[in-house]
Ligand binder design. Sequence first.
Ligand SMILES: C[S@@+](CC[C@H](N)C(=O)[O-])C[C@H]1O[C@@H](n2cnc3c(N)ncnc32)[C@H](O)[C@@H]1O
Length: 289
Amino acid sequence: MKDSMTWEDTIKKIRKEDAFKELVEKAYFDEDLELNVNRFGNSEEFKETLKIIRSSAPKASSILDIGCGNGISSVNFALQKYHVTAVEPDPSFTIGAGAIKKLKTFYALDNLDVYEAYAEDINFKNNSFDIVYVRQAMHHANNLEKFLKECVRVLKPNGLLLTIRDHVIYNETDKEWFLKAHPLHKFYGGENAFTAQEYKDAITNAGAEILNELRYYDSIINYFPSTNNEVNSLKETNKLNQKKRLVKKIGKIGNSWFVWNLYCFLSKYEPLNEAFIPGRMYSYIAIKK
Ligand SMILES: C[S@@+](CC[C@H](N)C(=O)[O-])C[C@H]1O[C@@H](n2cnc3c(N)ncnc32)[C@H](O)[C@@H]1O
């Protein structure tokens, strides 16, 4: 089965199966393209992204959206009045550049241009865009260094680079675990991930300065559709369970504020442990130097 289907075949297949209903909704893969656009536009992830853009690049007017799939982000940025250039290598009318062209017509967007290309091969002029935004596409790079060099080359000086929700692995064993756990990899075989260091090196080698590394639990941008409340309640439950284990081990003194905090400090205890999430996603905020 592995590698026998294209990405488009995979999405068309899962749309028909009840077992993938939630994934189709959460990953914005619905056949109804406007529904995906509306869902993404109203998501906490997109709202948080807009906050970052508005505070880090308040005067920005142009956005290059690379590897933009079925256009959920490109169209929403265009609806927010940015001038958007959407770049997507897959021509598909349901999951790729063709879908974005349909949406451009549907929303009558004259501030959205669509191109079919890989990031490594874009041929825009140097210093063209205020913002380069890449959502869940950097980890698919054929050549990570070249991918980032092109992103930064076309950014204006001091322009903002946002790489959003890319899978991070710690080592090859962790990568195998992630690929096995990925619900769609077995169909189309196209998943991938890099280490955080590889992403950071590629971004800095391309000439951008990383302002913020958002690790998995640092931002709702990464963990959405989980909510902040869900993440906070997971944190409290984990703490409670860990405290119970401590009390079992050392007795009631483990309940004391001082002993508990000393234990957390000495053992570097983190109630939210991203290591339990296969291919946990990170985002990077960087500027072109
Ligand atoms: C997981 S999808 C994300 C799509 C979209 N950005 C989103 O968030 O819904 C990954 C996308 O990256 C595109 N892609 C794969 N390799 C790429 C590359 N080298 N350069 C640019 N885009 C690429 C794929 O065609 C696919 O549409």
